[in-house]
Design a binder for this molecule. Structure first.
Ligand code: BGC
Length: 251
């Protein structure tokens, strides 16, 4: 199968976003479209919303979709911020059957990481990189020489007796009404812990909060180079499309 353009989709805690992507350049080929994440975010409801996105773009080609969960060979293994009935659902089969199109599924932070490391803020950097997406949860991806180690889930390391994402996610900033300084301090504590665990040379910050780095960068004090995601919160869409491009051929 030879193709360059893929419909990239990012299934997040609050919205399901998509756009056709040129997987070579990472450029979006049309304006991004967003559908609010259905409640409950069950497999049936989410598949319906994704079908709507496909219809919106009148898309007939391959689809890559990032999920906010551990994904092994198309099967969803965890569900921190989505309906629990996803656990052990074969998402690739569900979407292939619903859309009647070739589909690839990947963890959302792994997708964002691929876009950033191959084409974005980490392009050309050969050292160890951690990409963190800070939104409803905290997603992570780990790279060395541009190669991904998937499903690292560093948002769920235990920190101060709780799940780290409960302490430092953007959703927590909003829920607890923290100002940027107070939240930036929390983020710095969390990032210091990540630094202590795996010593990346570069940390790329993505997700909703990446657009606001200027407001909290003064609170960050780390050895690693801290950079905002080049594709901001579009990295997930672009990387999901890139993963589909590489993997659909092989399977
Ligand atoms: C999930 C991860 C996901 C992250 C960001 C976490 O709660 O466990 O798989 O990457 O949220 O969406």
């Amino acid at each position: 199968m030879n193709f360059k353009e893929v419909l990239g989709i990012d299934f997040g805690g609050s919205g399901i976003k998509g756009a056709p992507v040129d997987t070579k350049s990472g450029k979006l080929l049309d304006e991004r479209h967003r559908i609010p994440t259905p409640d409950p975010s069950s497999p049936k409801q989410v598949a319906k919303a994704i079908k709507e996105l496909v219809k919106h773009f009148k898309w007939e080609g391959p689809v890559g979709c990032g999920f906010p969960a551990v994904v092994q060979n198309g099967v969803v293994r965890t569900a921190a911020n989505i309906d629990k009935s996803w656990i052990n659902t074969d998402a690739r089969k569900l979407l292939k059957d619903t859309l009647k199109l070739p589909v690839w599924i990947i963890n959302d932070a792994d997708a964002a990481g691929l876009a950033e490391v191959r084409l974005g803020a980490g392009a050309g950097f050969k050292g160890a990189i951690v990409v963190l997406t800070i939104g409803t949860g905290i997603g992570s991806s780990l790279f060395i020489k541009g190669k991904l180690y998937p499903n690292t889930e560093l948002g769920h390391v235990e920190f101060k007796g709780m799940d780290a994402e409960v302490y430092a996610s953007d959703a927590t900033r909003k829920k607890e009404n923290l100002d940027w300084e107070a939240w930036g301090k929390r983020l710095n504590e969390y990032l210091s812990h990540i630094e202590f665990l795996c010593w990346p040379e570069m940390i790329i910050l993505g997700g909703g909060a990446s657009k606001k780095l200027d407001l909290f960068k003064d609170q960050l004090n780390l050895k690693a180079k801290i950079v905002p995601a080049k594709f901001l919160n579009e990295a997930g869409i672009i990387g999901a499309a890139m993963a589909a491009k590489v993997n659909i051929k092989k399977h």
